[in-house]
Design a protein. Structure first.
Length: 169
């Protein structure tokens, strides 16, 4: 059995990640696990560690479950999990716990200056995960049946097709 881990960040590359997950399952079999990490609020001046806002967490969880349900409707065995925490550390912990056969994630094509100051979750996963990683570039892609189905399901649930809230993984 193959385990496909899809890291979802609700950005413009999310539809391509979902499409690749479906294609991998149909080609190789297996299960898809969708994961999203909600980062903590930035720490301004406080003595406690920053927390994940509960309303954001619940909203992202609802959006991710809609994506999972869309995959299930297309014959893909899928689960979804939302975590709160530091992005790269949480993703790497989950990768170690799941031990997937392949990791699907997007790349946003930021330049060297961005990576100098902000780092890159994609680079960190590639260097530290120890599992094959398929990086999907952030380029416009045609709407596929899965994207249209997810948009319809989201419309019925009264949220945006990808949740409408862009956020890093």
């Amino acid at each position: 059995m193959k385990t496909i881990l899809a890291l979802i960040d609700f950005s413009d590359v999310t539809p391509q990640i979902l499409d690749q997950a479906e294609e991998h399952v149909k080609a190789f079999g297996g299960d898809v696990i969708l994961i999203h990490v909600v980062p903590p609020e930035p720490l301004v001046v406080d003595f406690e560690p920053p927390a994940v806002p509960p309303d954001v967490f619940k909203s992202r969880q609802k959006q991710l479950f809609l994506m999972r349900d869309t995959l299930i409707d297309h014959g893909v065995k899928a689960t979804a999990q939302v975590f709160g925490g530091l992005l790269l550390e949480t993703v790497l912990d989950q990768i170690a716990s799941i031990a997937p056969d392949v990791i699907l994630m997007g790349s946003h094509g930021h330049g060297a200056l961005y990576h100098l100051f902000a780092g890159s979750v994609t680079t960190g996963v590639i260097k530290q995960a120890g599992h094959p990683v398929l990086v999907i570039p952030s380029v416009p892609a045609p709407e596929t049946h899965l994207v249209k189905a997810a948009a319809k399901r989201a419309q019925l649930a009264r949220v945006g097709p990808l949740g409408g809230i862009p956020a890093p993984i």
